[in-house]
Design a protein. Structure first.
Lengths: 183, 183
DNA sequence: GAGTATGTATATACCGAGTATGTACCGCCT
DNA sequence: AGGCGGTACATACTCGGTATATACATACTC
């Protein structure tokens, strides 16, 4: 849903498909490359739904799109409504660990350690990017910061998992574990 | 990709479709409800790809699925390989802000504030769940912790965005902003 | 100048993820 | 007997995302 609304928002002024992709990638700092094909399929769906209409061609013959009234309302609504957190994005890593703890043949501690290394490396990559000036423009900088914050949180969570796993293993022989005292 | 691999991992012993959904939802603590239909479509794709095969029916006539050799290898590979962070999940909130700062008619500060409130509320919901004992079993607890950590990181990031936006607004008249000294 | 890489621009086919819906069966309740 | 809800499976459909095809312009090169 994010691509759809992002394209709508970028259509504040009439633009053509290829331009939309360039704008999107520039703003998100190339962190999320956007396939051109998706721009056109999304545009045609938006046209079908009456949020966008073809607006002729520019001097170079490129076909322009522009917002309809309904489209403008949709954009406003998107910005006025916070991103849903009631049904958060399915998270592969959390699923992986949740399943792993229930499958006896998997060494969960090892999975955690491997992930920690990988995330650490990614984090260093982001910091390198930031230092190299990729985050100097405002939008791209915020996106990069977002990735940094998320990676840091992931590492904290992995450490927390390790501790909790150790505790669970230790108390598996004890009468009854007492949970909930650490949040 | 996460559902596919999670189902494969749960197939350590032969199971039937409905059971797989129940197992998945129990382990992830109902944070990510899984549509039953997706279980069956995923299973048939896995069968097509030779990772899973039909294993007859149980005493109650439910059709069982089991891992093939290739399936077992796939599961092992999944657990041995950390989750990719080179092309991170597209994040609606980051995209929203990145686009918003470039669209003059949007009050970015307001968007940030609204999101902060919404995320704060979600966070309190998670903590309530944890207190009410939803996180007492290990797997579900880790998933819930993951959501808490992610929400906290999001709030930190939103605060950081506010500060950076204020600085950008202040320095838009000044000669040249100096970035990068805050990470 | 012919050939060929490269970038811009659009369009379409295809697959996987996810949702909604339909159907059948079973036990339970009144 | 009829209705309700839970179990179990199946299929249709939409959407997000990738790969690919096509056309045209520019630029490089042999």
């Amino acid at each position: 849903m994010s691509v759809k609304h992002a394209l709508l928002a970028l259509l504040e002024k009439p633009r053509y498909g290829y331009e939309l992709r360039a704008e999107f990638e520039q703003r998100t700092g190339a962190s999320w490359p956007l396939n051109v094909g998706q721009v056109y399929t999304t545009l045609s769906r938006l046209e079908r739904d009456g949020l966008v209409e073809a607006g002729g061609t520019d001097a170079e013959g490129r076909s322009l799109y522009q917002l309809t009234e309904a489209g403008k309302v949709e954009v406003k609504g998107w910005f006025d409504t916070p991103v849903e957190r009631t049904q958060p994005q399915r998270d592969e890593l959390a699923i992986k660990l949740a399943v792993a703890v229930a499958v006896p043949s998997v060494d969960v501690g090892k999975v955690v350690q491997q992930q920690r290394n990988a995330t650490m490396q990614a984090l260093q990559g982001y910091r390198r990017q930031a230092r190299s000036g990729a985050g100097d423009d405002l939008a791209g900088g915020l996106v990069l910061d977002r990735l940094v914050f998320a990676a840091e949180a992931e590492i904290r969570w992995l450490d927390h998992c390790e501790a909790r796993l150790r505790r669970a293993a230790a108390s598996s022989t004890a009468p009854e574990p007492v949970e909930g005292g650490d949040r």
